[in-house]
Design a protein around this ligand. Structure first.
Ligand SMILES: NC(=O)c1ccc[n+]([C@@H]2O[C@H](COP(=O)([O-])OP(=O)(O)OC[C@H]3O[C@@H](n4cnc5c(N)ncnc54)[C@H](OP(=O)(O)O)[C@@H]3O)[C@@H](O)[C@H]2O)c1
Length: 289
């Protein structure tokens, strides 16, 4: 398969991607963004099996679509059986290889049941995209006014849910020849960005989400720890910032369409063997922690 055989809709997405606008972003590896196309352009993505959490809507749904367009068997997971089945049915009706899997990332039984089902049906997992997350803090409060209950709720999904899903799926990921784990973080995880008076995060609006931001900072820390543990294996683990994307999480506000917000996760899921691990990435560039 040649570089020309990138599926047309994916190519359309690539063509409209804006460059990273994050201050201090650095090129990702010597070959830059071309690393990301290894799986698509050489055909090796075909036949891989990918699990995406929170795949029923928003950025997760677009991640599922783009991975399936690259020839990957996608396991679209969500916490609502109805919404998950409907989203998978929608993509399958477009001719894409997508199955529904119910996972509530805060429910250990649903995670284990999913891992058992994937083992039975596929025997391994090549890609895990930990995309599910919540933003439950209302805008407009100062950081100290957000109640502790919202911190617990946020960390249960955005951090403990990721760790639980990853621990359950790791045996299946180890069976794949070169698995990829993508943790969908946020620029709000970045201490550098939060401390920079020139940044949009240095504002009342984005300082009113302390639990969300801290949960993503902790997710970045988990990413670095897991990448260290897996450093001698072929498994790569990276955190991504999708970009400020028009989804329900932002009440529809944002700069990117969901298909653009999906792309950083998709390219990190398709990294070649020379790609990085333990990095924090947006639009093919490393961004400051
Ligand atoms: N949008 C942005 O500008 C932006 C910026 C930076 C980072 N991000 C990150 O990008 C990822 C996707 O966000 P989005 O904007 O697409 O948000 P979204 O539209 O609100 O979608 C969130 C997804 O997570 C799922 N989810 C929530 N709790 C869950 C649980 N306990 N178990 C399983 N699934 C659960 C939701 O399922 P339900 O439908 O059942 O609620 C939904 O599918 C998140 O990690 C977010 O933090 C987004």
């Amino acid at each position: 398969m040649s570089a020309q055989s990138v599926p047309q809709r994916l190519q359309d997405t690539i063509d409209v991607m804006p460059p990273s606008s994050v201050a201090g972003a650095q090129p990702l590896g010597a070959e830059g963004t071309s690393l990301a196309f290894a799986g698509i352009s050489d055909g090796t993505a075909r036949g891989r099996v990918a699990l995406v959490t929170g795949g029923n809507r928003g950025i997760g749904l677009e991640i599922c679509r783009q991975l399936a367009e690259a020839g990957i068997q996608v396991l679209l997971s969500g916490r609502s059986a109805e919404a998950t089945t409907e989203a998978a049915r929608q993509l399958a009706s477009e001719g894409l290889a997508v199955e529904a899997v119910v996972i509530d990332v805060t429910d250990p039984r649903s995670i284990q049941a999913a891992a058992d089902g994937i083992e039975q049906r596929h025997g391994r997992l090549d890609i895990l995209i930990n995309n599910a997350a919540i933003r439950v803090e209302p805008y407009g409060r100062s950081p100290s006014q957000q109640p502790l209950s919202l911190w617990h709720q946020t960390f249960a999904t955005n951090l403990f849910g990721v760790v639980a899903v990853t621990q359950a799926m790791l045996p299946l990921l180890r069976r794949a020849p070169a698995a990829r784990i993508v943790n969908v973080s946020s620029l709000l995880a970045s201490m550098g960005t939060h401390s920079d008076p020139a940044s949009y995060a240095y504002s009342d609006m984005f300082k009113s989400l302390p639990a969300y931001s801290a949960s993503k900072s902790a997710l970045n820390a988990w990413t670095v720890h897991l990448a260290y543990e897996l450093r001698e294996t072929a498994i790569k683990v990276n955190a991504v910032h999708p970009g400020y994307t028009k989804t329900a999480m932002n009440d529809g506000a944002g700069e990117l369409e969901p298909r653009q917000g999906a792309w950083t996760s998709v390219r990190m899921a398709l990294l070649g063997e020379e790609g990085p691990t333990g990095q924090y990435v947006h639009m093919g560039r490393q961004i400051p922690w």
